[in-house]
Design a protein around this ligand. Structure first.
Ligand SMILES: C[S@@+](CC[C@H](N)C(=O)[O-])C[C@H]1O[C@@H](n2cnc3c(N)ncnc32)[C@H](O)[C@@H]1O
Length: 438
């Protein structure tokens, strides 16, 4: 959010300049999370806010750039303009933010911060002045834009949604173009939801419980009326709460872990769902992750939430292979598979710019490899929950049908299946299997 706290963290011109360079990195194929992770702590909130908004407003900002710069500007200038124009568009939609002259001045100064854009000060100044007249018209004239603008997605992605959701495809894109709300998961080992809500009230943070998603009751989810930095959340650093989308909170709930059960989280980093499972029950947990860098985040999360014990092991390994396994079967397996992440675009607006159509087939193969191996590690009568944060049926229902088709001992139990993005939930897929016999 471009709120008061972030306004003063960094001069706006510098933030625009860094955000524009972050956008350039995304356009050359780098994940925005990776780019943002490299920033200084005081830079991150405002740069993240500006770059997220620039990606969310991509369609509208590029209509405007095209209107005022008939010959496409070089990428560095285009990216700087897209960051600055998004600031106007936000101001227009939520009434907060910066004055038009500040945006223009700061964007022009941002040009001077970077040698590749230095020459374009005049162009940026002229374009932004014209944009400001459109988005802040004289009284009595129509404001722009009058309607919400959908998220940018590549044509193959749009075609997939249209094919699979002939009625809902546009509302999916509209939902994903909005800023995602801040949702908390209260650590039930420390507080009930009501107790934590009372703590929030004491410090003036308004919240409301999210009682269910897709018919599954949630007991820990709290929606904040306005986002705040985590440092302002009571007890955050001693593990009272985590930030987690409500749809993601279904995973541990559906797996329903019991004390002493042996549980595998097969694709665990950064460990949000591992932690949720451990908040619900003292189980014997193996958190497996292939990516060495991401693996470290699991330990960090468990430390903060005070969930480490000699019952919990964090292992680097490949879930589609057995080389890391000690041969002891699991009572329950969470398989939160690597996927396109097409369901979590509201929180990661760089995703549509990074995915390629061919990724879906190769992800499908990976998911099948992990499903096959995990099934061999499950006890008879054990449960396996297959999860993706995707809205593409190739990664959801098609996979579950394929799996049930090739395993006669896989019985499908009740689970929501495909969940489409809403105001409080990202898009997810959930299928629950019981192993009937060996
Ligand atoms: C959707 S994310 C998991 C999110 C996590 N469950 C959470 O809630 O915090 C999928 C994870 O699987 C990991 N991964 C990909 N292929 C894997 C494999 N073959 N074995 C184990 N982990 C894998 C990725 O590095 C990524 O961290």
């Amino acid at each position: 959010m471009t709120d008061k706290k972030t306004l003063h963290s960094l001069p706006l011109s510098e933030a625009i300049s860094i955000a524009a360079q972050a956008i350039s990195e995304v356009m050359s194929g780098r994940s925005l999370t990776e780019v943002l992770d490299q920033l200084e702590p005081h830079e991150r909130p405002i740069v993240q806010s500006l770059s997220f908004d620039a990606l969310r407003k991509w369609i509208r900002s590029h209509e405007l750039i095209k209107q005022f710069v008939p010959k496409s500007p070089p990428p560095e200038v285009d990216h700087l303009l897209s960051v600055a124009i998004a600031l106007f568009l936000n101001e227009n939609t939520d009434g907060k933010g910066y004055a038009a002259h500040t945006i223009v001045d700061q964007a022009v100064s941002a040009c001077a911060n970077y040698d590749k854009t230095m020459y374009a000060k005049g162009l940026v100044n002229a374009v932004l002045r014209k944009v400001s007249l459109i988005v802040q018209p004289p009284e009595g004239e129509t404001r722009f834009p009058p309607d919400p603008i959908p998220m940018f997605v590549p044509p193959w992605w749009r075609a997939n949604l249209k094919r699979n959701y002939s009625k809902a495809w546009q509302s999916i894109l509209f939902a994903q173009a909005k800023r995602a709300p801040l949702i908390l998961r209260v650590n039930q080992k420390q507080y009930s939801r009501e107790q934590y809500q009372a703590l929030l009230n004491e410090v003036g943070i308004a919240s409301s419980p999210i009682e269910e998603v897709a018919g599954v009751k949630l007991v820990s989810a709290l929606l904040l009326s306005n986002p705040v930095p985590v440092s302002e959340l009571p007890g955050f650093y001693s593990g009272a709460v985590s930030v987690q989308d409500a749809g993601a909170q279904l995973a541990a709930t559906l797996l329903s872990p019991g004390a002493g059960e042996r549980v595998l989280d097969a694709c665990a980093a950064p460990g949000s769902k591992t932690a949720h499972i451990l908040e619900l029950a003292d189980c014997e947990m193996v958190a497996l992750e292939l990516d060495g860098e991401r693996l470290g985040k699991i330990g960090g999360n468990l430390d903060r939430l005070r969930l480490h014990s000699d019952q919990v092991r964090v292992i680097r390994g490949d879930a589609s292979k057995a080389s890391w396994w000690d041969g002891r079967l699991f009572d329950k397996i969470l398989l939160d598979a690597p996927c396109s992440a097409s369901g979590i675009v509201a929180r990661h607006p760089d995703i549509p710019f990074l995915r390629r159509e061919a990724d879906i087939k190769s992800l499908q193969q990976k998911q099948r490899g992990i499903l096959e191996q995990a099934w061999k590690m499950l006890k008879p009568d054990g449960l396996m929950l297959y999860v993706t944060c995707s809205v593409f049926p190739e990664e959801g229902e098609e996979q579950a049908n394929w799996f049930a088709g090739v395993h006669s001992n896989a019985v499908r139990l009740g689970a929501p299946g495909q969940i489409l993005p809403t105001d409080v939930s990202d898009g997810f897929y959930y299928a629950l299997f019981k192993k009937n016999g060996p």
